[in-house]
Design a protein. Structure first.
Length: 301
C-alpha cells in the first residue's frame, strides 16, 4: 500500500513539473524582428537590407520613365572600405515603392535601392526596376557592377585550347585593366591568397589567365579523373581600375571529360548558348543567376 501511495505521489509531482515547464515555454515573449527596415530614408548610413521579393522579369517593362533607378553612372565599382561599400539611387528620394533586380547576385535594399557592392556579384550587368507604390509601372534601367568574369566555355586540350581568360565590366571586348597597350603594366592581383592555387588551379596572378594545361598536371580532378568530375573554387582578386584594388571574388566551377562527345547534350547546349550570349553582349539573365562561370576541360576531341 505504501509503495502504491509513493508511486502515485511521484506521478503527480512529475505531472506538475511538466505543466510548469510547458507553461514557461508557451509564455515566452515574442521578440520582434529588428532586422526589417521599414524606413525609406536614403541618407548615407549603413542600411539594413530587407529580403527582396522573388519576382519574375516583367513582360512589359517601362523604359525611360522618371522613376527608372539612376545611380549617377552606367557602371559602378566596389571600393576599399573598412565595412561594406554602398551606392545609392540619385532619384526617387522620398518616393515610396519597391526596388527589384535581375539576375540574382545584386544585394539591393528593396525599400531604398541602396546596393551593397561589397556583397554583390561583380563583373555583371543588371536590370534594376522601381515600382512606385500604388502603381503597376515597372520602371527599368541597367547598371553594370565593375569586376571580372569568365565565360562559360569548353576547352579541348588536344587542340591547344589551353587558356581561360577573364573579361571585365560585363563587356567581353573591353580592354583588360591588368595590361597596358604593349601587354605590360603594373598588373592586377588574382588569387592573391593562393586559394585556387592550393587546389591545383594555375592562374597568372597579374592577368587572371588560367593555364588549363598546367592545371591538369596538378591533378585537381584526381590522378585518374572520371567523366563529370567537378571542382569548385573561388578566385580572390583586386583590379587595377576604378575599384582601386578593392577586394573582390568570383566562384568558378570546373568539370572534366575525356572527350567532347562525353559531355551531356543538354550541358553542352547550355554552355554554347551562354557563350553566344556573352559574345553578343547580351549579358542580362532574366531568370536565375549565371554564376558561377563553368569551365569544361576536355582531354581530346
Amino acid at each position: 500500500m505504501k509503495q502504491n501511495l509513493l508511486k502515485g505521489s511521484m506521478i503527480l509531482l512529475f505531472t506538475f513539473i511538466c505543466a510548469i515547464a510547458c507553461k514557461k515555454s508557451v509564455d515566452q515573449p515574442v521578440v520582434p524582428n529588428t532586422n526589417v527596415n521599414t524606413s525609406h530614408d536614403t541618407t548615407l548610413t549603413t542600411p539594413v537590407t530587407p529580403v527582396t521579393p522573388v519576382v519574375p522579369y516583367p513582360d512589359i517593362p517601362v523604359a525611360g520613365c522618371n522613376n527608372a533607378p539612376d545611380y549617377g553612372d552606367s557602371i559602378v565599382y566596389p571600393q576599399p572600405a573598412s565595412g561594406d561599400f554602398y551606392v545609392y539611387p540619385q532619384n526617387n528620394q522620398g518616393v515610396l515603392g519597391t526596388y527589384l533586380s535581375w539576375p540574382d547576385g545584386l544585394k539591393i535594399n528593396a525599400g531604398t535601392g541602396a546596393i551593397n557592392l561589397t556583397q554583390s556579384e561583380t563583373g555583371q550587368r543588371y536590370s534594376i526596376a522601381f515600382v512606385k507604390s500604388g502603381t503597376n509601372d515597372t520602371c527599368m534601367s541597367q547598371l553594370i557592377v565593375g569586376g571580372a568574369a569568365y565565360m562559360d566555355s569548353v576547352y579541348v586540350l588536344s587542340e591547344s585550347d589551353t587558356t581561360s581568360k577573364p573579361y571585365f565590366n560585363a563587356n567581353p571586348y573591353a580592354p583588360s585593366p591588368c595590361q597596358g597597350s604593349s601587354g605590360t603594366g603594373s598588373g592586377c592581383q588574382f588569387d592573391y591568397n593562393n586559394y585556387a592555387h592550393n587546389q591545383g588551379i594555375e592562374i597568372d596572378q597579374k592577368t587572371g589567365f588560367i593555364d588549363l594545361k598546367k592545371t591538369m598536371k596538378q591533378s585537381p580532378f584526381g590522378l585518374l579523373p572520371l567523366n563529370g568530375t567537378t571542382v569548385n573554387t573561388t578566385i580572390y582578386y583586386k583590379l587595377n581600375d576604378n575599384s582601386n584594388y578593392a577586394p573582390q571574388k568570383i566562384q568558378l566551377k570546373m568539370i572534366y571529360y575525356n572527350r567532347k562527345s562525353d559531355i551531356p547534350i543538354s550541358l553542352l547546349a547550355n554552355v554554347t548558348n551562354s557563350l553566344i550570349n556573352t559574345l553578343n553582349n547580351l549579358l542580362i539573365s532574366k531568370g536565375p543567376s549565371t554564376r558561377p562561370p563553368l569551365i569544361i576541360i576536355v582531354r581530346a576531341n
